[in-house]
Design a binder for this molecule. Structure first.
Ligand SMILES: NC(=O)c1ccc[n+]([C@@H]2O[C@H](COP(=O)([O-])OP(=O)(O)OC[C@H]3O[C@@H](n4cnc5c(N)ncnc54)[C@H](OP(=O)(O)O)[C@@H]3O)[C@@H](O)[C@H]2O)c1
Length: 335
């Protein structure tokens, strides 16, 4: 039997997540049943939504104490039993916080790598695809449009900004530190940066977008959304990607009292989406992003922490804004 180190959820946090909500279990890898495969997880994606999966109704089943913590992984197929996946191939799956995952073949998606693995998981993977479909399908950027993106120095936000810049938009990034602002403006070509922790956030944003905002790509909800909305121009689009400001609080979200009137008078489109809505088109979008990356028009911003045991701190830190770009954990090296 092969040993399988796993991280379990042992406690659902009341308020902010802490690393002691997780504990290690040393198990064994089961043989694959009919139609199943065994994945050796290589890279684990660290996503803020993982915090919401612990305590809120989301698009997936809420996790319970005793469950292996959920997370997206890139891994290699090491055994299979009529799963439709070849041994040695690279797959993307909900492989969890563990060394090995045993899953039905239909739960894994083959990846034909076009770049190094961290780039495949982030820029060319679910993160880049989220930015791509949210911005292009809902935001519909036109040259000259003013685009604002929150959590701009994070995984999704930095790609949104880069894609919008490539479409000749004026891009303003909202992030939580001056160093993040420097990365956005100096390294990624954003036109302006606003710090959401500043007491003058509203005035700073007005100064950065004096003529108003055409597209707001919202990764955070809460106070930032409430600040941006009144600055939207007529017929603007608000792309609701996530609400990270509300995931780690244990409290409900803010009231929506003033929003309907604003949507009517400004004729705003405010639309949520899941990247999974576009699964049929992922392969084509992957090709587009890979070509842009190969041509040097898109840059991958990512950070890789080492070892499965670093996952709890990695997630807690992400929720506090520690990360720049896509955060992930290396569980094992490709053989
Ligand atoms: N719809 C979909 O299919 C889909 C798919 C993937 C991700 N998402 C969503 O996209 C959003 C970004 O995810 P990601 O993976 O790219 O994460 P990320 O941006 O890399 O990390 C989260 C960032 O959120 C910021 N943040 C945390 N608390 C905040 C607060 N109270 N106010 C403002 N900013 C705060 C932090 O940066 P600062 O230093 O700037 O505060 C942190 O770095 C999340 O809401 C996620 O759920 C949606």
């Amino acid at each position: 039997m092969t040993a399988n180190e796993q991280l379990l959820l042992v406690r659902v946090p009341d308020g902010q997540l802490t690393p002691d909500c997780f504990a290690t279990r040393h198990g064994e890898v089961a043989d694959p049943g009919r139609g199943e495969l065994v994945i050796r997880n290589l890279l684990l994606s660290i996503d803020p939504a993982a915090r919401a999966w612990l305590s809120q109704r989301t698009y997936r089943d809420q996790l319970r104490p005793g469950d292996v913590m959920a997370g997206y992984t890139l891994g290699e197929v090491v055994a299979e039993n009529g799963s439709g996946h070849a041994i040695g191939s690279l797959v993307f799956a909900d492989g969890g916080w563990q060394e090995y995952a045993v899953l039905p073949g239909s739960a894994a998606r083959t990846v034909a790598p076009r770049a190094e693995l961290p780039v495949e998981l982030g820029l060319l993977g679910i993160t880049g695809l989220t930015a791509y479909f949210g911005l292009l399908r809902i935001g519909r950027p036109q040259p000259g449009a003013t685009v604002v993106v929150s959590a701009a120095a994070g995984a999704t936000g930095n790609v949104v900004g880069q894609l919008a810049r490539a479409r000749e938009c004026r891009v303003i990034g909202i992030a939580g530190s001056a160093e993040k602002g420097r990365v956005l403006v100096d390294e990624l070509g954003f036109d302006a940066f606003v710090n959401h922790r500043s007491p003058t956030l509203r005035d700073d944003l007005r100064a950065a977008a004096p003529d108003g905002i055409d597209i707001y790509f919202d990764n955070v909800g809460g106070l930032v959304l409430a600040t941006v909305l009144p600055m939207m121009r007529t017929f603007g689009r608000v792309v609701c990607c996530g609400a990270v400001s509300e995931y780690d609080t244990g409290a409900g979200g803010m009231a929506a009292r003033a929003i309907p009137g604003l949507l009517v008078t400004r004729r705003l489109l405010m639309q949520g989406f899941l990247v999974h809505d576009f699964e049929d088109e992922w392969a084509d979008a992957h090709d587009v992003l890979a070509a842009e990356y190969a041509a040097g028009r898109l840059v991958s911003v990512h950070e890789v922490l080492d070892g499965l045991g670093s996952a709890p701190d990695a997630l807690v830190g992400l929720l506090h804004g520690e990360n720049v770009g896509k955060r992930m954990v290396r569980i094992a090296e490709m053989r």
